[in-house]
Design a protein around this ligand. Structure first.
Ligand code: URP
Ligand code: ZN
Ligand code: ZN
Length: 535
């Protein structure tokens, strides 16, 4: 499409999408018709140029940084080099003194997820709007099967994600096992662009699966070139721990932490790693929350196993003391699984991240408001598990890890964007600022500061686990698919403008798997041919 025609049609299309998605007859607070929530008065604004020049910033990629201009046309980065000359039809953004980096990719979110008798408060519009305001331009959400059916689960998530305003991909959870699930996994990988499957070793009675199923799932993942992911807590032992708390008369949020201590996370992590190693397939451990789990990952990686560890922001910077707060709502907002741990685990996870023991950072954004958290007022087991983070991840991580000198700016890009793109096989389309990549870019000012509050955040939740956090390093501009969507603290987002990103199988983690299998087979020296002698 010529850019003139593009400029003419885009506002009309946007207006149409506005009518379709954003202004239902009962517009909820937080939806973007309510400009008080800061999603932007976009109807007259989205006709911005499809040509952009980001001038004079320090362009940062995972392995390199340089002062350069970045030229973008129709959603794609066309050139990265010093002193690019352009015509008058190009919007110019001055980035001197600032960092120009790939937009964040959050590998772990739950938008509009039905869970524990309710649904997460952020849908694919509010959650993504929040993400964009915080410098994240893509996320990977978990499709939950419907009654075990992957096909029905995907259909439901395709509907939910129709209002997306930024790019997204899907992982798929596996909650039961039979021949149909096995065939559906094949369809998901070969036809639907899903290259990762999550197995829950916790949530007994709902999402949890047995070791027998886990092994079947790992084998199938391996044959498809799909990455197996685990929620690593021993669900049977957690159930036992919950009974123990009840017997002790502990019903408040602190019971959540006490019933599922780090040792249960360590055990499940070790078990999943050993079973993945037995099958010889790569493993991705989601939300690594404890030293116990991290040390298992460290050991495995040292012995050459292909194990990826994903800490989440809450585990990196918070501690469990909040769960003992006398105010129920304050305490309940920190309930997630595995639990946020005692002080000390957070610093150890930060150190592991800086040393390469853990590879990328997610959020597990799974936000519930106070009313939803109050479902568990008399019983911690009924508190919906989950915390926010999709909007805060980039800021909190910069402040905690870069400002403190624990990691470099290039490390920051690797941990927040590039490595995620590599693991899920969409690099360098995503995760890089280089010619040919999608124009998902942020401009971060290291000298500017940010402050986090539920009063100003873009999530629909009325609380924020990072309430009051002030720090250095602010995402001043977010560019999504070549359009400026966040600037001057204003969001201009269009429901329906986000694209589904298909993720192909056989990422770099699968390199060498066949050779290792062949080596294993040749090492067996079996079956031994024996003479049958009958006497
Ligand atoms: O508490 C959490 N983590 N909620 C989301 C579901 C999950 O286990 O990832
Ligand atoms: Zn989980
Ligand atoms: Zn999760």
């Amino acid at each position: 499409m010529g850019s003139g025609l593009h400029q003419l049609l885009f506002p009309l299309l946007s207006l149409l999408l506005l009518l379709l998605f954003a202004c239902p007859s009962t517009s909820e607070p937080g939806q973007f018709c309510n400009s008080g929530f800061g999603y932007g008065d976009f109807a007259g604004e989205v006709s911005s140029s499809s040509k952009l020049l980001i001038k004079g910033g320090t362009v940062v990629n995972a392995h390199h940084m340089e002062i350069a201009d970045v030229y973008v046309e129709d959603g794609i980065i066309v050139a990265v080099s010093p002193n690019i000359k352009v015509g008058d039809d190009v919007t110019v953004l001055d980035a001197s003194g600032k960092f120009v980096m790939p937009g964040g990719i959050d590998p772990h979110t739950h938008l509009a997820m039905e869970f524990m008798g309710t649904e997460t408060i952020d849908d694919f519009f509010s959650g993504q709007a929040a993400a964009l305001a915080g410098g994240t331009t893509m996320h990977i959400d978990f499709v939950i099967p419907v009654n075990g059916s992957l096909t029905a689960g995907l259909e439901a998530y395709e509907k939910k994600s129709g209002k997306s305003c930024m790019d997204y991909g899907f992982h798929m959870a596996i909650t039961k096992w039979d021949e149909i699930v096995s065939q559906e996994m094949e369809i998901m990988v070969k036809e639907k662009g899903i290259n990762s499957f999550k197995f829950f070793l916790a949530y007994k009675g709902s999402l949890m699966i047995s070791d027998e199923l886990l092994l079947q799932g790992f084998k199938k993942c391996k044959s498809l070139g799909a990455l197996a992911m685990v929620h690593a807590e021993n669900g049977d032992a957690v159930y036992e721990g919950q009974k123990r708390m009840k017997e002790l008369g502990i019903t408040g949020p602190e019971g959540h932490s006490l019933s599922r201590p780090p040792v249960l996370e360590g055990e499940a992590t070790a078990r999943a790693i050993r079973l993945a190693s037995f099958v010889n397939t790569p493993l991705y451990v989601v939300h690594v929350m404890s030293i116990d789990a991290m040390e298992e990952i460290s050991k495995a990686r040292k012995s050459g196993l292909k194990v990826i560890g994903e800490p989440v922001v809450s585990g990196l910077v918070l501690n469990e003391s909040w769960l003992w707060d006398p105010d129920f709502i304050t305490a309940a907002k920190y309930v997630m699984s595995p639990p946020i741990r005692a002080a000390g685990h957070d610093r150890a996870l930060q150190a592991a991240l800086s040393m390469g023991i853990l590879q990328l950072v997610g959020t597990d954004h799974c936000a519930f408001n106070s009313t939803q958290k109050a479902l568990g007022i008399d019983d911690f087991q009924k508190i919906p598990n989950g915390v926010n983070g999709i909007e805060e991840r980039m800021h909190v991580l910069w402040d905690t890890m870069v400002e403190s000198g624990q990691i470099s700016v290039t490390d920051y890009v690797r941990l927040t964007s590039a490595e995620c793109a590599r693991i899920f096989n969409i690099y360098p389309r995503k995760g890089a600022v280089r010619a040919g990549s999608d124009a998902d870019i942020i401009i971060l000012n290291p000298n500017s500061s940010f402050e986090i509050s539920a009063k100003s955040h873009h999530s629909k939740s009325d609380t924020n686990v990072y309430e009051g956090w002030r720090g250095k390093g602010k995402v001043e501009v977010t560019i999504s698919g070549g359009r400026v969507v966040w600037q001057n603290d204003e969001l201009k987002v269009v429901p329906g403008s986000g694209k589904y990103i298909e993720m192909p199988p056989f990422s770099y983690l699968f390199n060498g798997i066949e050779k290792a299998d062949a080596k294993y087979l040749s090492s067996l020296k079996a079956p031994v041919k024996r003479l049958r002698t009958t006497t």
